[in-house]
Design a binder for this molecule. Structure first.
Ligand code: ZN
Length: 404
């Protein structure tokens, strides 16, 4: 597959839907003389102003949204991948494409209002104003309401592209859902992911096959695992947990190690941007000024710095939870491997490198014990999702994994 949709792995059906809609959108522009290339109108193309991309993490929700945005801004009207419209959209620099990536635990109402306001303006390049909202399930209720108003009475040339794990009411409000067209994405097959890693990223075939399976078809994680020794070390530490659980003390130690590893990973991922933001804000505010009005300015400065600190803290918490969740997904897959062995199910293990350990586990726990342990990991994930303090949830899980 080529063009703007090239990065969307293993999603042929969704790509077909999006291509047809882009063609229908191009027909709208042609009707007003804004697009001069030839093409046939497709009344069944189903172009509409609000879309939801759903699918499990790694299925490519935001990749799909960006590719579709590129197709809408494409000078050929197809998502050719080579024209300035496609190119700037995919590079994130198109003036009429806004990307909202929530940094904290939720997207607030002020951010959403400002966005909705700007989205209502006439597109500068005369095509579409596109707003992409990643993790739309992290909208606050008030922000959701602000968005709903815009989706209910959309400006004629504005298109909203929302990304969420599912259309369950916990993820996206029923009223917003009812105004959107849904594009379901599936978990891409490990083989399809491996193919991309080999073909596009030049990763050796055996490494690509291993990482694609170990990350359960998550393209971004598979690529990182193949290239980043630290990512491999973190995964190895997580998969050593089942072996280390030899008693109560060991269970608490394992919990601490897991939490601290997630904190360290998160810290490393946000430290640089935090420092850069703070420096930029201090420069913009003219920190250290002593001239007239400096006292009043200093009061305003303190407020803005405080606001920045609040946002950075929220982002750090989110990064920690994401890191911890990745570890829990790896751990859950280990117990799932043990369960499939105990059941004699003819499926390939997720973690081929710990297959021996999973087999040993299956022998001593039987299917029932493996299932209980798998459930303990999944319960821990849900508890953290429901705002239970991560350390408490992880300690409870480790004890359950040890006792079985
Ligand atoms: Zn193009």
């Amino acid at each position: 597959m080529s063009g703007a949709f090239a990065d969307l792995v293993g999603q042929d059906e969704a790509v077909q839907t999006l291509r047809r809609a882009a063609a229908a959108a191009a027909a709208v522009l042609r009707a007003t003389g804004e697009l001069e290339t030839a093409g046939s109108a497709d009344p069944g193309g189903g172009m509409t102003h609000a879309w939801i991309f759903t699918g499990p993490p790694g299925s490519g929700r935001s990749v799909a949204a960006r590719a579709f945005a590129a197709a809408l801004q494409c000078l050929q009207g197809t998502g050719c991948g080579g024209c300035p419209g496609c190119h700037t959209t995919l590079a994130g620099t198109h003036a009429d494409v806004r990307l909202v990536v929530p940094e904290g635990l939720s997207i607030g109402v002020n951010e959403m209002r400002a966005l909705v306001l700007r989205a209502a303006s006439t597109p500068s390049a005369g095509r579409w104003q596109v707003v992409i909202i990643e993790d739309a399930d992290r909208l606050t209720e008030a922000a959701g309401n602000a968005l709903l108003k815009a989706v209910e009475e959309p400006p004629p040339r504005t298109v909203f592209l929302l990304c969420a794990p599912s259309t369950h009411p916990d993820d996206i409000s029923v009223t917003i859902r009812s105004r959107c067209r849904v594009v379901p994405l599936r978990q891409p097959a490990a083989e399809a992911v491996a193919e991309v890693l080999v073909g596009r990223d030049g990763i050796a075939p055996d490494v690509a096959r291993w990482t694609a399976a170990a990350t359960q078809g998550h393209v971004g994680r598979a690529r990182r695992l193949a290239r980043d020794p630290q990512a491999r070390a973190r995964r190895a530490a997580v998969l050593a947990v089942p072996r280390r659980l030899t008693g109560v003390g060991a269970a608490f130690d394992a919990a601490s190690a897991l939490i601290e590893a997630a904190e360290a990973e998160a810290e490393a991922s946000v430290a640089e941007i935090d420092a850069a933001e703070r420096a930029a804000l201090e420069t913009a505010l003219g920190a250290g000024g002593t001239g007239r009005g400096a006292a009043g300015a200093a009061r305003g400065t303190a407020g803005q710095l405080k606001e920045l600190e609040r946002r950075q803290k929220s982002r750090a918490t989110r990064a920690q939870r994401d890191a911890l969740d990745r570890a829990l997904v790896d751990l859950a897959a280990f117990y799932r491997d043990a369960l499939t062995v105990a059941l004699g199910a003819p499926v390939t293990p997720v973690h081929s490198d710990t297959a021996d350990m999973a087999e040993a586990g299956a022998r001593s726990w039987q299917a029932e014990g493996a299932l209980r342990r798998l459930e303990a990991v999944l319960t821990c994930r849900s508890a953290i999702e429901a705002n239970v303090k991560p350390r408490i949830a992880v300690e409870a899980m480790m004890l359950a994994l040890w006792k079985g």
